[in-house]
Design a protein. Sequence first.
Length: 370
Amino acid sequence: MSAELVSQATGVAMALLTLLAGGLLAAVPWLTRRREAFAVTVPESAQSDPRIARMRRVYLVVLLVISVACAAGSYALSLAANPLALSALTCAPVLAGFILMLVFRARVRAIKRAAGWRAHAQRTVAVAGAAEKNAPKPLPLTWNLLYLPVILVTLAVSAALYPGMPDPVPVHFDASGAVDSYMEKGWQVLALPVAVQAFLALSMTAAHWQMLRSRRPVAPESPTASALAYGMFARAQSVALLVTGLVIVAAIALMPLAFAGVVTPGQSLVALLVVCVGAIVPQVGVSLVYGQAGSRLLRRMGAAGELDFDDDARWHLGLFYVNREDPSVVVPRRFGVGWAMNWGNPRSWGLVALFVAAVAAFVIVIELLV
């Protein structure tokens, strides 16, 4: 595969990734729970307020325009082989979405104050008994054992190809496909792909653990239905995460194929980009179908006109949850689809420290191997 074709394929893949991520971000106001508007707690009936509806439309149009522009820029920069500028451009929709969310969050808070929307009593409920037992749950953590055969197969492929690998082994290539880093032929060649796969598998398993440990939101006006909707959402998210993780971890098997010259650097790069685009599709699909915490499954229910619960003071900048009285380490995200850490719980900081240590250990291991 020529360098020109590789650049074009890379540009297309990066543009698709930018469009998928930007499009999902643009749809966030329609995916969040009805009791939340731009990270502000509001009555469900407030979603029909023309001012809030207008903000949602503006957010959608602005983010889509920015995403399309960044996708076009990503394609052009991929052809120009400018990775630094490409990374900045790919992150631009996320930064723009955050800034626009903060602007509209301030406006919604002003509307909330003027309209007198406030919780006169903090009413919470819980689902127990048969309803709780029968509610869908995320996949058990044991499903992550499926990463082991993928890693073992990669190790077997590396061992089978090892005799035919050159010495030294080319392990990194620049944008044009030229080798810019070598590794001395030895056991490190077998260990490198496995180390990368193990780190990715552990990261995916940690994300799965978060789903299992998250506080499950229950709407006071419809506890059973909301518990069922959240359970279906969490289960679908766990399946999508597992599929995405297995695809990405399996793609690392391209490394020994490239080391041995079975595939060219350009082919392996294109294949990896195609895998990344395909891997994000399940996450986008689940988000669009279920909404945050299963909110789209409840959209046919009547909208409550009062606030039963208001924890705006616990959310900083609409994204960071801080509540020292909440024993939960993980809670559903306020703006967006997924989960957030409770930064008021010391265990959250312990988990972050553990993750930082794991990343540092991974970097050290890779440096030692390469």
